[in-house]
Design a protein around this ligand. Structure first.
Ligand SMILES: Cc1cc2nc3c(=O)[nH]c(=O)nc-3n(C[C@H](O)[C@H](O)[C@H](O)COP(=O)(O)OP(=O)(O)OC[C@H]3O[C@@H](n4cnc5c(N)ncnc54)[C@H](O)[C@@H]3O)c2cc1C
Length: 416
């Protein structure tokens, strides 16, 4: 096929809708398995506009073979609440902030080198159904002409919009979500070795604010608010951030934004089913991120790879039924399901915290070792972690948190 033609129309093995981290990783896996793969992206560029902050974990970037120059290690993590603070220092940094556009374009290049074809400026409007069977997708090509693309299998990686999965009845759209507004600043006085997570009703009702340095004096300062838990405008909180948190005014002195980002993150847990006949949905479109801190990039990459591998073996066996593709459901839930479920239970609870509860929580957090704190924020829940937290904070077993600790422990034990 002419991979540069705007009219690319040959029948594909797989069409992937959405070129975010999930879609691009799925494309690479499918192409590596020898499938004809077409990725359709509605934006004109890969990795633009940015709608994420890029905080993630070095261990996962290593496990996913992401080149080191695409992430900026941060040794210090500081938590602030209205009247409390705690910080953790890592001799060997565990957290990092991504060069988001660099990462997405790297993932795209990997997919193309493996044989995938990517089309930007190609918005998909919906599925093509024949006799109730999904046979492809329709939308507009890069010349803004109506076009249909046909395939044996569609992978929906459209993120929050969940364009195909929602129209195929896998779910009815997200009703609970994080709404974030962020500046990417040049902030000459901001410490580039320190990442902040800030909670409290003054800064981010029901959510949190973040300051993620990412090299060369740059910092992403953002506010995320969970809706409908709070009905506030994240932009208002971002633009008045320094007045709301005067103790950080010194580090933001002289700062100015170069970019402004906004985005939505599904915050209602994983979808009940990730597949239908001829369809897999992966990444945010399947609710596969961690709602604990609204973190989904590494999960999207893992999901895309897993979905691509399942797609490849289903197509090889000439069976793209929901039953066959259900392998993706099984594999995902076995590897990530338990921790993502627990993250969601915790998120629902902490989204309703008062300022006093945040102050108390930081008091509990401060007693953890840096390693325990990292496990907790990553959402790597284990009996050892919960036992360690309770041992250092026996009040958890005597106050109102007792029933909650029991619920979490039961979830861990049930699936350990
Ligand atoms: C404000 C904010 C901050 C965040 N911060 C972090 C963070 O610090 N760390 C972290 O790990 N996660 C973070 N996340 C979550 C993270 O961004 C997502 O989990 C991740 O982007 C999911 O990847 P994805 O590939 O599933 O979807 P997306 O990244 O949303 O990609 C979907 C792609 O599909 C395209 N698309 C959508 N509809 C169509 C269509 N109809 N036709 C064609 N293309 C379409 C979109 O243009 C997009 O390119 C944040 C999210 C938000 C909103």
């Amino acid at each position: 096929m002419n991979t540069l033609s705007p009219h690319i129309a040959d029948h594909q093995d797989v069409i992937i809708v959405g070129a975010g981290p999930a879609g691009l990783s799925a494309a690479e896996s499918c192409a590596k398995a020898g499938l004809r793969v077409l990725v359709l992206e509605r934006q004109k560029e890969i990795g633009y506009p940015i709608h994420t902050s890029g905080g993630t974990w070095i261990a996962d970037m290593k496990a996913l073979n992401i080149p080191q120059e695409l992430y900026f290690p941060i040794p210090r993590i500081t938590f602030l609440s209205p009247n409390n603070a705690c910080e953790f220092f890592y001799d060997t940094p565990v957290s990092c902030v991504l060069d988001i556009r660099g990462l997405y374009q790297y993932l795209a290049a990997q997919a193309i080198k493996a044989g995938a074809v990517i089309r930007t400026a190609s918005p998909v409007e919906g599925p093509i159904l024949e006799n109730d069977k999904l046979v492809g997708v329709k939308g507009k090509n890069a010349l803004n002409e109506p076009q249909e693309w046909r395939a044996n299998l569609v992978i929906d990686c459209t993120g929050f919009s969940s364009t195909i999965a929602s129209r195929m009845g896998l779910h009815g759209g997200y009703h609970r979500y994080g709404y974030g507004a962020e500046w990417d600043l040049v902030a000459p006085n901001f410490p580039q070795n320190e990442l902040y997570l800030i909670m409290g009703s003054q800064v981010a009702p029901s959510g949190y604010a973040w300051a993620f340095p990412h090299g060369s004096g740059r910092v992403r300062l953002g506010v995320g608010i969970i809706r409908p838990d709070a009905d506030e405008d994240a932009r208002k909180y971002l633009m008045t951030f320094v007045e709301r948190l005067p103790q950080l005014s010194a580090v933001f002195a002289g700062a100015s934004p170069l970019e402004y980002h906004t985005g939505l993150f599904p915050s209602e847990g994983m979808m009940e089913h990730f597949v239908a006949d001829g369809l897999i949905t992966a990444g945010d479109s399947a609710g596969q991120g961690s709602t604990l801190v609204g973190e989904g990039i590494r999960f999207a990459i893992y999901a895309g790879k897993m979905a691509g591998n399942v797609a490849a073996s289903a197509i090889r066996s000439n069976d793209t039924s929901a039953k066959r593709l259900g392998e993706f459901d099984k594999q995902w839930r076995a590897q990530f399901g338990r921790n993502l479920d627990i993250a969601y239970i915790i998120n629902k609870r902490i989204a309703a915290y008062t300022d006093t509860q945040w102050d108390d929580s930081l008091g509990l957090l401060a007693k953890l070792s840096p390693a325990e704190a990292a496990e907790a924020i990553r959402g790597d829940f284990s009996v050892k972690l919960v036992t360690g937290i309770v041992r250092k904070n026996p009040s958890l077993l005597t106050k109102g948190a007792k029933a909650f600790v029991r619920t979490i422990s039961q979830r861990i034990i049930a699936k350990d």
